[in-house]
Ligand binder design. Structure first.
Ligand code: NDP
Length: 295
C-alpha cells in the first residue's frame, strides 16, 4: 500500500476527548452542562442505532443528552410544537431531528422550525445561507469532519484542485463551499457530469459523496491525491455472510495503491460525524452563555 491511511476513528476519538475536556470547563463556568436534544419519530432500526450512539457519545463528552421519541403517526403540528419547546428550553443548546422522517412529515418545515442558534446539524436554510456568505453559523457535521481531516493532512489547501462528487445539501454542496473558503479551486461533479474520470484525474483532493459502491476507480485518480470517501454502501451478503460488507464510493483496495492518502470505509469519515456534532453542540452552548467558544 502506498497511500497513507487517514484514520477517522482515531481522529474522532481525539476530537471527542478534546470536546469532553472543554465541555467540563464549560459546565464549571456556566454552572450547567451543555445539552443536546435528539428527536426520533417512528421506529426505523437504523435511526434508532444512530440516536442511541449519539446519546451515549453526548454523555461520554460531559454533556447532557435529551432524547424525545415520538410515534410514527405523530402529526407535523405536534412535532413542530416539540421543536419550539426545545427552542425555548435554556438547558438545550443543540437540537437534532433524526432524518428521514416517516410518512408524509415535511422535513423542510420541521427543520425550518429549529432555532438557527441551536441548529447543530447545520441543515436550516439560515445555516446554509450563512455558510454561503461566510457568516458565523453551523456547518453540517459530515463535511466539516472531512475538512478537519483534510486540513490536518494537507495544511494549507490554497491553489489545490478539489473535486467533490455529489451535490446534496447535507454533504456535497457544503463540502464544496468549505473547500472554496479554504482557497481550493473547486469542481462539483454529479450524475450529469461529462467524463467524470477525466474530471477526477485533475484533482489533488477528491471527496466522493455519491452512494454508489466502489464507483471511483484507481485509474481515475491523480497519483498522490488525497481521497476522502464519504459513501457508506452495504453490499449484498456473500455466501456464508449474514450481512453484506460495508464499502465506500471508492474502490479502496486499488485506489490505495495510487492515492497519497485515503480514508477507509468503515473507520474514515463515519466516526467524525458524531464527533463534530458534539463539537457543534459545545460551540452552541458557549455562544448561548455569551462566552467565546474554544478553538
Ligand atoms: P444523495 O443521494 O443526496 O446525493 C448523491 C449525489 O451523488 C447526487 O448529487 C447525485 O447527483 C450524485 N450521483 C449519483 N450518481 C452519480 C454518478 N453515477 N456519477 C456522479 N454523481 C452521481 O446522497 P448524500 O449526499 O446524502 O450521501 C452520499 C453518500 O454519503 C451516501 O452513501 C451516504 O450514505 C453517505 N453519507 C455518509 C455520512 C457519514 O457520516 N459518513 C453522512 C451522510 C451521508 P444528482 O444530484 O445529479 O442526482
Amino acid at each position: 500500500m502506498s497511500a497513507q491511511l487517514i484514520d477517522g476513528k482515531a481522529f474522532a476519538a481525539n476530537l471527542r476527548e478534546k470536546v469532553g475536556e472543554h465541555a467540563a470547563t464549560f459546565a464549571e463556568k456556566a454552572g450547567r452542562k451543555a445539552g443536546l436534544a435528539v428527536v426520533l419519530v417512528g421506529e426505523d432500526p437504523a435511526s434508532d442505532v444512530y440516536v442511541r450512539s449519539k446519546g451515549k457519545a453526548t454523555v461520554a463528552a460531559n454533556m447532557e443528552s435529551f432524547e424525545h421519541r415520538l410515534a410514527a403517526d405523530t402529526t407535523e403540528d405536534v412535532l413542530i410544537a416539540l421543536v419550539e419547546q426545545l427552542n425555548d428550553d435554556p438547558a438545550v443548546d443543540g437540537i437534532l431531528v433524526q432524518l428521514p422522517l416517516p410518512g408524509d412529515l415535511d422535513e423542510q418545515a420541521v427543520i425550518a422550525a429549529i432555532d438557527p442558534g441551536k441548529d447543530v446539524d447545520g441543515f436550516h436554510v439560515e445555516s446554509a445561507g450563512r455558510l454561503m456568505v461566510g457568516q458565523e453559523g453551523f456547518v453540517p457535521c459530515t463535511p466539516l469532519g472531512c475538512m478537519m481531516m483534510l486540513r490536518d493532512r494537507l495544511g494549507d489547501l490554497s491553489g489545490m484542485n478539489a473535486v467533490v462528487i455529489g451535490r446534496s445539501n447535507i454533504v456535497g454542496k457544503p463540502m464544496a463551499q468549505l473547500l472554496l473558503d479554504a482557497n481550493a479551486t473547486v469542481t462539483i461533479a454529479h450524475s450529469r457530469t461529462a467524463d467524470l474520470p477525466e474530471v477526477v484525474r485533475r484533482a489533488d483532493i477528491v471527496v466522493a459523496a455519491v452512494g454508489r459502491p466502489e464507483m471511483v476507480k484507481a485509474d481515475w485518480l491523480k497519483p498522490g491525491a488525497t481521497v476522502i470517501d464519504v459513501g457508506i454502501n452495504r453490499l449484498d451478503p456473500a455466501e456464508g455472510e449474514a450481512k453484506g460488507r460495508l464499502v465506500g464510493d471508492v474502490d479502496f483496495e486499488a485506489a490505495k495503491e495510487v492515492a497519497g492518502a485515503i480514508t477507509p470505509v468503515p473507520g474514515g469519515v463515519g466516526p467524525m460525524t458524531i464527533a463534530v456534532l458534539l463539537r457543534n453542540t459545545l460551540v452552541a452552548a458557549y455562544r448561548h452563555e455569551g462566552l467565546e467558544p474554544p478553538e
